[in-house]
Design a protein around this ligand. Sequence first.
Ligand SMILES: [Zn+2]
Length: 291
Amino acid sequence: MIRIGQAGIPLSCKGRTNKDGLAYTKKILDLNAMEIQFVRGLYVMSDEEALFIKDFSKENDMEVHVHAPYYINLAGDEDEVTMSFEKIKNSVMMAEKMGAKIAVIHPGFYGDLNEKKTMAKIIKNTKKIVDHLKKEKIKTKIGLETMGKQKVFGSIEEIVNVCKEVKDIVPVIDFGHIHARCNGCLKERADFEKIFDKLKPLRLRHYLIHLTGVLYENGNEYYHLPIKKGDMPLAPLIEIILDKKYNVTLISESPLLEHDAVYIKLQVEKAIMKRTGKETAYYKDLSEIYD
Ligand SMILES: [Zn+2]
Protein backbone atom coordinates (compact mmCIF):
# COMPACT_ATOMS: atom_id res chain seq x y z
CA MET A 1 0.00 0.00 0.00
CA ILE A 2 1.12 3.51 -0.78
CA ARG A 3 -0.12 6.34 1.37
CA ILE A 4 0.55 9.94 0.52
CA GLY A 5 0.08 13.16 2.45
CA GLN A 6 1.80 16.27 3.72
CA ALA A 7 3.39 17.51 6.93
CA GLY A 8 0.86 19.94 8.33
CA ILE A 9 -2.32 21.74 7.37
CA PRO A 10 -2.45 22.20 3.57
CA LEU A 11 -1.46 25.72 2.48
CA SER A 12 -4.55 25.99 0.30
CA CYS A 13 -6.93 24.99 3.11
CA LYS A 14 -8.88 27.98 4.41
CA GLY A 15 -9.56 26.50 7.83
CA ARG A 16 -6.36 26.55 9.87
CA THR A 17 -6.99 23.78 12.38
CA ASN A 18 -5.68 20.24 12.04
CA LYS A 19 -9.24 19.03 11.90
CA ASP A 20 -9.91 21.25 8.85
CA GLY A 21 -6.62 20.16 7.33
CA LEU A 22 -7.35 16.46 7.65
CA ALA A 23 -10.83 16.74 6.11
CA TYR A 24 -9.40 18.86 3.28
CA THR A 25 -6.61 16.35 2.67
CA LYS A 26 -9.21 13.65 2.20
CA LYS A 27 -12.01 15.46 0.40
CA ILE A 28 -10.23 17.98 -1.78
CA LEU A 29 -6.79 16.47 -2.31
CA ASP A 30 -7.85 12.81 -2.23
CA LEU A 31 -4.73 11.95 -0.25
CA ASN A 32 -4.75 9.43 2.58
CA ALA A 33 -2.18 10.51 5.15
CA MET A 34 -1.22 13.57 7.18
CA GLU A 35 1.52 14.31 9.67
CA ILE A 36 0.28 16.71 12.33
CA GLN A 37 2.92 19.22 13.37
CA PHE A 38 3.58 20.12 16.98
CA VAL A 39 6.90 21.51 15.90
CA ARG A 40 6.85 25.09 17.13
CA GLY A 41 6.24 24.67 20.80
CA LEU A 42 3.57 22.32 21.88
CA TYR A 43 0.30 23.06 20.25
CA VAL A 44 -2.49 22.23 22.64
CA MET A 45 -5.27 20.33 20.98
CA SER A 46 -8.70 20.03 22.49
CA ASP A 47 -10.00 16.56 23.26
CA GLU A 48 -12.83 17.28 20.89
CA GLU A 49 -10.49 17.97 17.98
CA ALA A 50 -8.35 14.93 18.79
CA LEU A 51 -11.44 12.75 18.86
CA PHE A 52 -12.65 14.17 15.56
CA ILE A 53 -9.29 13.34 14.00
CA LYS A 54 -9.42 9.82 15.37
CA ASP A 55 -12.96 9.13 14.14
CA PHE A 56 -12.52 10.88 10.82
CA SER A 57 -9.34 9.03 9.97
CA LYS A 58 -10.87 5.70 10.91
CA GLU A 59 -14.00 6.28 8.85
CA ASN A 60 -12.10 7.59 5.84
CA ASP A 61 -9.07 5.31 5.87
CA MET A 62 -6.66 8.15 6.61
CA GLU A 63 -3.39 7.55 8.39
CA VAL A 64 -2.28 10.15 10.90
CA HIS A 65 1.20 10.75 12.31
CA VAL A 66 2.49 13.43 14.63
CA HIS A 67 5.75 15.39 14.62
CA ALA A 68 7.00 16.36 18.09
CA PRO A 69 8.68 19.76 18.69
CA TYR A 70 12.00 20.04 16.81
CA TYR A 71 14.20 20.80 19.78
CA ILE A 72 14.68 17.55 21.58
CA ASN A 73 18.00 16.34 22.94
CA LEU A 74 18.10 12.84 24.34
CA ALA A 75 21.89 13.08 24.53
CA GLY A 76 21.94 16.33 26.49
CA ASP A 77 22.47 17.13 30.18
CA GLU A 78 19.91 16.21 32.80
CA ASP A 79 17.77 19.31 32.33
CA GLU A 80 17.66 18.91 28.58
CA VAL A 81 16.74 15.26 28.80
CA THR A 82 13.97 16.03 31.29
CA MET A 83 12.62 18.75 29.03
CA SER A 84 12.82 16.41 26.05
CA PHE A 85 10.95 13.68 27.93
CA GLU A 86 8.16 16.15 28.66
CA LYS A 87 7.88 17.22 25.03
CA ILE A 88 7.87 13.63 23.82
CA LYS A 89 5.36 12.46 26.41
CA ASN A 90 3.00 15.34 25.64
CA SER A 91 3.25 14.75 21.90
CA VAL A 92 2.73 11.02 22.24
CA MET A 93 -0.25 11.42 24.58
CA MET A 94 -1.94 13.69 22.04
CA ALA A 95 -0.92 11.38 19.21
CA GLU A 96 -2.56 8.51 21.08
CA LYS A 97 -5.77 10.49 21.51
CA MET A 98 -5.85 11.12 17.77
CA GLY A 99 -5.15 7.48 16.97
CA ALA A 100 -1.86 8.48 15.33
CA LYS A 101 0.44 5.68 14.30
CA ILE A 102 3.84 7.26 14.84
CA ALA A 103 5.10 10.27 16.81
CA VAL A 104 8.21 11.51 15.01
CA ILE A 105 11.08 12.87 17.08
CA HIS A 106 14.56 14.27 16.43
CA PRO A 107 16.95 12.28 18.64
CA GLY A 108 19.54 14.86 19.74
CA PHE A 109 23.03 16.34 19.39
CA TYR A 110 26.53 15.00 19.94
CA GLY A 111 27.54 18.14 21.83
CA ASP A 112 30.90 17.42 23.48
CA LEU A 113 30.35 13.67 23.45
CA ASN A 114 31.82 11.34 20.88
CA GLU A 115 29.56 9.27 18.65
CA LYS A 116 29.71 6.18 20.81
CA LYS A 117 28.78 7.99 24.01
CA THR A 118 25.99 9.88 22.26
CA MET A 119 24.66 6.59 20.93
CA ALA A 120 24.72 5.02 24.39
CA LYS A 121 22.89 7.96 25.91
CA ILE A 122 20.24 8.04 23.22
CA ILE A 123 19.64 4.31 23.51
CA LYS A 124 19.33 4.56 27.28
CA ASN A 125 16.88 7.45 27.13
CA THR A 126 14.72 6.11 24.32
CA LYS A 127 14.44 2.86 26.30
CA LYS A 128 13.19 4.89 29.25
CA ILE A 129 10.51 6.52 27.13
CA VAL A 130 9.40 3.25 25.60
CA ASP A 131 9.08 1.71 29.05
CA HIS A 132 6.98 4.65 30.15
CA LEU A 133 4.71 4.34 27.11
CA LYS A 134 4.31 0.64 27.69
CA LYS A 135 3.25 1.25 31.26
CA GLU A 136 0.67 3.73 30.04
CA LYS A 137 -0.49 1.22 27.41
CA ILE A 138 0.08 3.70 24.60
CA LYS A 139 -0.13 2.31 21.10
CA THR A 140 1.43 5.21 19.20
CA LYS A 141 5.02 4.35 18.38
CA ILE A 142 8.01 6.65 18.61
CA GLY A 143 9.70 7.26 15.27
CA LEU A 144 13.33 8.40 15.18
CA GLU A 145 14.06 10.60 12.20
CA THR A 146 17.25 10.54 10.13
CA MET A 147 18.84 13.99 10.37
CA GLY A 148 20.49 16.21 7.78
CA LYS A 149 23.39 17.87 9.61
CA GLN A 150 26.79 16.50 10.61
CA LYS A 151 26.65 17.74 14.21
CA VAL A 152 23.24 16.22 14.78
CA PHE A 153 22.85 12.59 15.78
CA GLY A 154 20.86 10.73 13.16
CA SER A 155 22.69 9.17 10.23
CA ILE A 156 20.80 6.24 8.74
CA GLU A 157 23.29 3.85 10.40
CA GLU A 158 22.79 5.47 13.80
CA ILE A 159 19.00 5.44 13.55
CA VAL A 160 18.98 1.78 12.47
CA ASN A 161 21.25 0.92 15.37
CA VAL A 162 19.01 2.59 17.96
CA CYS A 163 16.00 0.80 16.46
CA LYS A 164 17.87 -2.50 16.74
CA GLU A 165 18.67 -1.89 20.39
CA VAL A 166 15.34 -0.48 21.49
CA LYS A 167 12.34 -2.59 20.70
CA ASP A 168 9.24 -0.74 19.52
CA ILE A 169 11.13 2.25 18.16
CA VAL A 170 10.79 2.72 14.40
CA PRO A 171 12.93 4.70 11.97
CA VAL A 172 11.52 7.65 10.06
CA ILE A 173 13.32 7.78 6.75
CA ASP A 174 13.82 11.39 5.77
CA PHE A 175 15.37 11.07 2.33
CA GLY A 176 15.97 14.82 2.05
CA HIS A 177 18.04 14.67 5.23
CA ILE A 178 19.90 11.54 4.15
CA HIS A 179 20.66 13.19 0.80
CA ALA A 180 21.95 16.39 2.46
CA ARG A 181 24.04 14.53 5.02
CA CYS A 182 25.81 12.48 2.35
CA ASN A 183 26.23 15.63 0.27
CA GLY A 184 23.94 14.58 -2.54
CA CYS A 185 24.59 10.82 -2.73
CA LEU A 186 21.04 9.82 -3.70
CA LYS A 187 21.21 9.95 -7.47
CA GLU A 188 20.08 6.64 -8.85
CA ARG A 189 18.24 3.49 -7.98
CA ALA A 190 21.24 1.73 -6.45
CA ASP A 191 21.75 4.65 -4.05
CA PHE A 192 18.22 4.32 -2.69
CA GLU A 193 18.55 0.53 -2.58
CA LYS A 194 21.54 0.92 -0.29
CA ILE A 195 19.35 2.77 2.19
CA PHE A 196 16.70 0.03 2.15
CA ASP A 197 19.49 -2.55 2.56
CA LYS A 198 20.61 -0.80 5.74
CA LEU A 199 17.04 -0.99 7.04
CA LYS A 200 16.68 -4.69 6.24
CA PRO A 201 17.73 -6.03 9.67
CA LEU A 202 14.74 -4.20 11.21
CA ARG A 203 12.29 -6.26 9.11
CA LEU A 204 9.88 -3.37 8.86
CA ARG A 205 6.37 -3.95 7.64
CA HIS A 206 5.79 -0.26 7.07
CA TYR A 207 8.05 2.64 6.18
CA LEU A 208 7.29 6.23 7.15
CA ILE A 209 9.15 8.33 4.58
CA HIS A 210 9.67 12.11 4.47
CA LEU A 211 10.24 13.67 1.05
CA THR A 212 11.40 17.15 0.08
CA GLY A 213 13.90 18.90 -2.10
CA VAL A 214 16.83 20.13 -0.06
CA LEU A 215 19.59 22.69 -0.32
CA TYR A 216 22.84 21.49 1.26
CA GLU A 217 26.55 22.11 1.38
CA ASN A 218 29.40 20.01 2.77
CA GLY A 219 27.02 17.39 4.09
CA ASN A 220 24.78 19.86 5.89
CA GLU A 221 21.18 20.72 5.16
CA TYR A 222 20.41 24.43 4.75
CA TYR A 223 16.74 24.40 4.00
CA HIS A 224 13.96 22.54 2.25
CA LEU A 225 13.16 23.22 -1.40
CA PRO A 226 10.23 22.26 -3.62
CA ILE A 227 10.86 18.71 -4.84
CA LYS A 228 11.40 19.83 -8.44
CA LYS A 229 13.98 22.44 -7.35
CA GLY A 230 16.06 19.87 -5.46
CA ASP A 231 18.55 17.45 -7.03
CA MET A 232 17.22 14.24 -5.49
CA PRO A 233 15.21 12.23 -8.02
CA LEU A 234 11.90 10.70 -7.04
CA ALA A 235 11.48 8.17 -9.85
CA PRO A 236 14.08 5.60 -8.68
CA LEU A 237 12.55 5.55 -5.19
CA ILE A 238 9.06 4.98 -6.60
CA GLU A 239 10.39 2.17 -8.83
CA ILE A 240 11.87 0.40 -5.80
CA ILE A 241 8.66 0.79 -3.79
CA LEU A 242 6.60 -0.71 -6.60
CA ASP A 243 9.08 -3.51 -7.33
CA LYS A 244 9.40 -4.56 -3.69
CA LYS A 245 5.73 -3.93 -2.89
CA TYR A 246 6.81 -1.90 0.11
CA ASN A 247 4.09 -0.65 2.41
CA VAL A 248 4.93 3.05 2.63
CA THR A 249 3.62 6.39 3.77
CA LEU A 250 5.14 9.25 1.77
CA ILE A 251 4.93 12.59 3.54
CA SER A 252 5.78 15.77 1.67
CA GLU A 253 7.84 18.09 3.85
CA SER A 254 8.57 20.48 1.02
CA PRO A 255 7.68 24.17 1.38
CA LEU A 256 4.92 23.48 -1.13
CA LEU A 257 3.41 20.88 1.24
CA GLU A 258 0.30 19.46 -0.40
CA HIS A 259 1.27 20.66 -3.87
CA ASP A 260 4.29 18.40 -3.70
CA ALA A 261 2.24 15.63 -2.08
CA VAL A 262 0.00 15.75 -5.13
CA TYR A 263 3.12 15.84 -7.32
CA ILE A 264 4.33 12.66 -5.57
CA LYS A 265 0.93 11.08 -6.18
CA LEU A 266 1.12 11.94 -9.90
CA GLN A 267 4.63 10.48 -10.12
CA VAL A 268 3.43 7.27 -8.48
CA GLU A 269 0.53 7.08 -10.91
CA LYS A 270 2.84 7.71 -13.84
CA ALA A 271 5.00 4.80 -12.68
CA ILE A 272 1.92 2.56 -12.39
CA MET A 273 0.81 3.50 -15.93
CA LYS A 274 4.27 2.67 -17.22
CA ARG A 275 3.81 -0.83 -15.85
CA THR A 276 0.20 -1.48 -16.86
CA GLY A 277 0.44 0.26 -20.25
CA LYS A 278 -2.88 1.96 -19.49
CA GLU A 279 -3.68 5.63 -19.76
CA THR A 280 -5.02 6.01 -16.24
CA ALA A 281 -3.92 4.88 -12.81
CA TYR A 282 -4.93 5.49 -9.23
CA TYR A 283 -2.35 5.40 -6.46
CA LYS A 284 -4.71 3.55 -4.12
CA ASP A 285 -5.20 0.73 -6.62
CA LEU A 286 -2.10 -1.39 -6.99
CA SER A 287 -3.98 -4.59 -7.77
CA GLU A 288 -2.84 -4.81 -11.39
CA ILE A 289 0.84 -4.45 -10.70
CA TYR A 290 0.97 -6.35 -7.42
CA ASP A 291 -0.42 -9.67 -8.54
ZN1 LIG B 1 11.63 16.25 11.48
